[in-house]
Design a protein around this ligand. Structure first.
Ligand SMILES: NC(=O)C1=CN([C@@H]2O[C@H](COP(=O)(O)OP(=O)(O)OC[C@H]3O[C@@H](n4cnc5c(N)ncnc54)[C@H](O)[C@@H]3O)[C@@H](O)[C@H]2O)C=CC1
Ligand SMILES: O=C(O)C(=O)COP(=O)(O)O
Length: 624
């Protein structure tokens, strides 16, 4: 469907205009030099009343970098103190060295829960492995300082993700570097269990020579059920095929063609457990997989089945496993992971003669630990720099190519949100937002999660104390009762660009600038990215074209000659640098909107002078 914008045409006056030589004393008279600090002050004057109204708002960061993990004020800046990174579990040296180049690193292992809480209150990032429980209390104790938790490994079941999200704390993991190590450990357990290696070793060391007791079983020709055909499961399957095993797998989410390519059949859960001689667990611990191996499921297994678990202890009901071992349903089990780690010394499961155990060693090879350390160090440093992480667990994961393409639109989205909310009277009662993305691409080719998050950030931050980032944007919006509906319209523009325009509407709210209210009665602004720079292209029903840099003055006036000169002169006299100017009108010589981009924040008296120009009916000063 071709779309024509609801905005009126733009009068061609997009000229760069520089005020006469600025006097240093008047520059930055109001805006503090430290652009990263939040501050409050924004004024709106109307020509008729010239009354001052204040809207609380925040600044943008200098470099337009969008923040994934921190507020603008917390964003990484090389001139600010280095971020503090708490490494709470042993991490490979290469990773620690990488982190040291970037931040102040505190390697404190074996912290008590109380000490961990104390330390996170002074840390921007925390790095853990599977041995540290990062609970809600930890996030609460951090009091907003903790911006990222890095899990140096795959499983994030030791991190309270909901609490992290609510606190706007990004969680990243290192999901690839230990895959092979875990798979190799699975195969090591499989083979050593089948040939009683651990038991025979203990027997010899106890002075015995028991050859007939430790007759094993062969692997070749046996059926292995791989439960969870993800990264580790796939590598286990590949290796088991090499050992001559028949491999089947159960994974409700794995693509069948990927399995087929390895000669593995994807089957149902019951089929997998009832036909396998060996069952190897490789699924994550989730509410759906918790204790999925229990009395009922053990009873469906082939008598004499052998079980390997290098995934998570919690997927097995350990008491049920002891019963299944005692009943001979499970002939042997080889376990690397346990419900509680370390397990109690007198655990019947650990002590069972048919059970082989290792202390969560799946990822513990030199190679894997160096790889994981580098992977997590890069992810954490990137997150602290405000980059989007490819391994984010509680924020949108975005392909780097998609991200680089979307970056200018992300900046535009935040600025439109920030502008729109300043056009609402008093910034209160903003409840319903409608966003329309116009794009030449197919609906499925445009992932709007980042754009929506940044519009939310732009809307919420100027009117509240909350800081919003990609992690908590949806949560904070919900908490504040903000409803954001999104629409996509296919337009006849170039599919080379992901988005043609973004329109942000605030519904059912009064505006402090009548010119921003569209025919439908809602505050409406629209923007585009031009040559990589975000532009405002529509205010209410008026088409404009002004680059969104610095701050913005919007004037609604009678469309007549000389307006640009008059306002330009007022600003120039006060050494306010105009970076862009544009006039849009609906009907010739009736009404027009003048959008003026200014580098500095004009003083109140300057704004009052603009308000005093007789043809100006209303105007508003907006911070970007
Ligand atoms: N023992 C150790 O030191 C290590 C343990 N792990 C654990 O191994 C497990 C697998 O890790 P990766 O392969 O890297 O993860 P992954 O995310 O690549 O694979 C997990 C697979 O499980 C599947 N799955 C989810 N729910 C399932 C269900 N109900 N039934 C069957 N399959 C299901 C998923 O679709 C996915 O394909 C994780 O629990 C991880 O924490 C990983 C590395 C080292
Ligand atoms: O990566 C995983 O999921 C693991 O279980 C590895 O845990 P670890 O880092 O060795 O404590």
């Amino acid at each position: 469907m071709a779309f024509s914008s609801s905005c009126s045409s733009v009068k061609a006056v997009n000229s760069r205009w520089t005020s006469p030589s600025p006097s240093p004393s008047s520059r930055l008279a109001v805006i503090p030099a430290f652009l990263h600090r939040r501050y409050t002050a924004s004024v709106k004057l109307t020509a008729t009343s010239a009354a001052l109204k204040t809207v609380e708002q925040t600044t943008l960061t200098e470099d337009n970098k969008f923040s994934t993990v921190g507020s603008d004020s917390d964003e990484y800046n090389p001139t600010l103190p280095k971020p503090r990174i708490l490494v709470a579990e042993k991490l490979g040296e290469a990773g620690v060295n990488l982190l040291r180049e970037f931040g102040d690193v505190d390697c404190s292992y074996d912290l008590s829960p109380e000490d961990l809480k104390k330390k996170v209150a002074e840390s921007d990032a925390l790095i853990v492995r599977s041995g540290t429980k990062v609970t809600r209390e930890v996030f609460e104790a951090a009091k907003g300082r903790l911006k990222v938790v890095g899990r140096a490994g795959v499983g994030i079941d030791n991190v309270d993700l909901q609490a992290a999200t609510e606190h706007g704390c990004l969680v990243v993991n290192a999901p690839t570097a230990n895959t092979v190590a875990a798979a190799e450990h699975g195969i090591a357990l499989l083979a050593s269990m089948a040939r009683n290696v651990a038991q025979a070793d203990a027997s010899i060391k106890a002075g015995k020579w028991e050859r007939s007791k430790y007759v094993g079983v062969s692997l070749v020709g046996k059926t292995l059920a791989v439960m969870g055909f993800g990264k580790v499961g796939t590598e286990v399957a590949r290796r088991a095929k090499g050992l001559g095993m028949n491999v089947i797998s159960h994974d409700p989410y794995a693509p069948a063609d990927r399995a087929r390519a390895l000669g593995v059949d994807l089957v149902s859960f019951d089929q997998a457990i009832s036909t396998a001689d060996f069952v190897s667990l490789h699924m994550p611990l989730t509410p759906a997989t918790k204790k999925v191996f229990n009395d009922e499921t053990f009873s469906k297994m082939k008598k004499g089945v052998r079980l390997i678990n290098v995934a998570r202890g919690g997927v097995i009901d350990e008491d049920a496993l002891v019963r299944a071992l005692d009943a001979g349903i499970v002939a042997q089990a080889a376990l690397d992971v346990f419900c509680e780690e370390p397990p109690s010394k007198d655990s019947k499961l650990i002590q069972h003669e048919n059970v082989t155990v290792t202390p969560h060693l799946g990822a513990s090879t030199k190679e894997a630990q160096e790889g994981v350390a580098i992977e997590i160090a890069e992810a954490v440093a990137g997150a602290l720099r405000g980059e989007l992480s490819a391994t984010a667990v509680n924020a949108p994961m975005v392909d780097p190519e998609v991200l680089s393409e979307l970056t200018p639109y992300i900046v535009l989205a935040e600025k439109l949100g920030r502008l729109a909310v300043q056009l609402a009277s008093g910034g209160k009662g903003v409840q319903s937002i409608r966003v329309v993305y116009r794009s030449a691409r197919n609906r499925d080719d445009l992932d709007t999660r980042l754009l929506r998050a940044m519009i939310t950030k732009g809307i919420i931050e100027p009117i509240s104390d909350s800081y919003v980032n990609l992690v908590n944007a949806d949560f904070i919006a919900k908490q504040k009762g903000l409803r954001i509906s999104e629409e996509r319209m296919v337009v006849d523009s170039s599919p080379e660009y992901p988005v043609d325009s973004i329109q942000v509407q605030i519904l059912n709210v009064e505006s402090n600038f009548a010119g921003a209210v569209s025919d439908s009665g809602d505050i409406s602004i629209e923007g585009k990215v031009k040559y990589g720079v975000p532009h405002l292209t529509c205010v209410g029903s008026f088409g404009v074209d002004v680059s969104l840099e610095g701050n913005l003055i919007l004037c609604r006036q009678v469309d007549q000659p000389g307006m640009i000169g008059q306002v330009g002169n007022i600003l120039g006299e006060q050494n306010v640098n105009v970076n862009f100017m544009s006039v849009g009108r609906t009907v010739l010589r009736k009404q027009a909107i003048m959008a003026i981009g200014v580098d500095e924040e004009p003083e109140d008296k300057t704004l009052e002078k603009i308000g005093g120009v007789s043809a100006i009916e209303e105007f508003v000063f907006l911070k970007l």
